[in-house]
Design a protein around this ligand. Structure first.
Ligand code: RB5
Length: 149
């Protein structure tokens, strides 16, 4: 499993903690920046992570900005990406089990470091349940087909 990670300056510290966690767990990752606390624009990093997932370079993605909102909206503009903004472990588990989310968004100014790592851990271990959930996710794909090039 390979994970694409990315953040703006507001999510940098959290991304660095996630990076450390992935290294410790021996999980392969691709860090798409940002790399300094200089102010940058979150859409660029949401897009880079989503592209890496969409193109199959990575299996899942994790994006962070101050609130997680801007970067999750940006990530969701890439066809095939289902990005879920989570601030608790239950939502992270459901995002995988029910929504087959392939990108997790977190707010670096919203969730504490330890909780964020638990959310990441829950998300990465989650498995899509299929069944009725697959029918619903397929309907999301149908909406994309009609509305995204
Ligand atoms: C940057 O200050 C901040 O707006 C950004 O990190 C994010 O919270 C946007 O949704």
């Amino acid at each position: 499993m390979k994970i694409a990670i990315g953040s703006d300056h507001g999510g940098l510290e959290l991304k660095e903690n996630i990076r450390k966690y992935l290294k410790e767990e021996g999980i392969d990752f691709l860090d798409l920046g940002t790399d300094s606390d200089e102010s940058v624009d979150y859409p660029e990093f949401g897009y880079k992570v989503s592209k890496a997932v969409k193109d199959g370079e990575c299996d899942l993605g994790i994006v962070c900005c101050g609130t997680g909102i801007g970067i999750s909206i940006s990530a969701n503009k890439v066809k095939g990406v289902r990005c879920a903004l989570c601030s608790d472990c239950y939502s992270a588990r459901m995002a995988r089990e029910h929504n087959n989310a392939n990108v997790l968004a977190l707010g670096g100014r919203v969730v504490g470091k330890d909780l964020a790592i638990e959310i990441v851990d829950t998300f990465l271990k989650g498995k899509f349940q299929g069944g009725r959930h697959e029918r619903r996710v397929n309907k999301i794909t149908d909406i994309e087909k009609d509305n995204m090039v």
